[in-house]
Design a protein around this ligand. Structure first.
Ligand code: G
Ligand code: G
Ligand code: MN
Ligand code: NA
Length: 252
């Protein structure tokens, strides 16, 4: 309860900040998008989302916090695009946000206010979002996609029903869970599964992003397997907006 009071205060005080992690086209090495990742500032320390997202979800604060995150990130990326940088934005959603009243309306409003075209925004949901109230979640997310917003399944492959979810919900992107990338090349089964997910994406016409790339041999293997996009500490860590600005036009 104390943490929830603290979080509410932090939101009022402007103590949340966003970092952005670049996503690259593995063929050209160009930065094509950034994923917004929230952090909380407390004095001189930076508190990671693992330490507050759960509490924010339980208290419902994730709804206003999520709206702040979306507004902040859309505004930032709209500025970059106004400066002639063709860059996309990915934002994470939690189940509580998706099922909240006026969710789709809020996203539409934020897009209109920022001037960001809907197709530039990808909203990432993990498979948990599709477990709590699948019918309602699928309906809301389909409505969201109807606005032109792209949908991604985050942490793909870790859920109990990854393939069933692809059947229920039309998505534009799959993000392969980092646990697959970690064991790529060392575990034969994981390597085969990763290759299969990449082919599945190709066959479905769905963009595939590999997450958690940390070593050059993982990157090379993903390239060889035809994986379209990648993200991870090897490519670039999450960074402040100013750090992203330094990358404009660069190959990471
Ligand atoms: O940034 P980091 O790798 O520490 O993120 C840890 C977890 O917190 C990830 O699962 C990520 O999806 C989640 N997370 C980060 N930013 C946000 C956000 O803006 N909204 C939501 N709902 N989750 C986030
Ligand atoms: O669940 P989601 O994919 O949204 O989580 C993103 C989180 O993954 C962020 O907190 C980010 O800091 C973290 N992350 C991004 N790249 C890497 C990586 O290469 N290695 C590890 N260990 N974490 C990463
Ligand atoms: Mn994510
Ligand atoms: Na996530």
């Amino acid at each position: 309860l104390e943490l929830q009071t603290e979080l509410r205060q932090a939101l009022a005080d402007g103590d949340f900040v966003l970092e952005y992690q670049p996503v690259v086209d593995l063929e050209s090495s160009q930065v094509t998008a950034v994923e917004a990742l929230v952090r909380r500032r407390s004095g001189d320390t930076v508190i990671p989302p693992e330490d507050f997202i759960g509490a924010a979800e339980e208290s419902g604060l994730i709804v206003p916090l999520g709206e702040w995150i979306l507004r902040e990130a859309c505004g930032r990326v709209a500025q970059w695009r106004a400066a002639e940088w063709d860059i996309g934005l990915a934002v994470n959603l939690s189940v509580r946000q998706v099922l909240s009243p006026r969710f789709v309306e809020t996203v539409a409003t934020v897009l209109a206010e920022s001037g960001l075209p809907a197709h530039v925004l990808t909203m990432e949901v993990d498979e948990e979002v599709l477990l709590e109230n699948p019918g309602e979640a699928v309906a809301r997310l389909s409505e969201l996609r109807g606005l032109g917003v792209r949908l991604a399944i985050d942490d793909f492959g870790m859920g109990y029903a990854s393939l069933a979810h692809l059947r229920q919900l039309r998505v534009d992107e799959i993000k392969i869970d980092p646990s697959f990338i970690r064991d790529l090349g060392t575990d034969g089964t994981v390597t085969l599964l990763t290759h299969t997910i990449i082919r599945l994406g190709q066959d479905l016409g769905v963009q595939v992003v590999a997450e958690g790339i940390e070593r050059p041999e993982q990157l090379e293997r993903l390239r060889a397997m035809g994986c379209g996009y990648g993200q991870g500490f090897l490519v670039a860590k999450p960074m402040a907006a100013a750090g992203v600005e330094a990358l404009v036009g660069d190959d990471v």
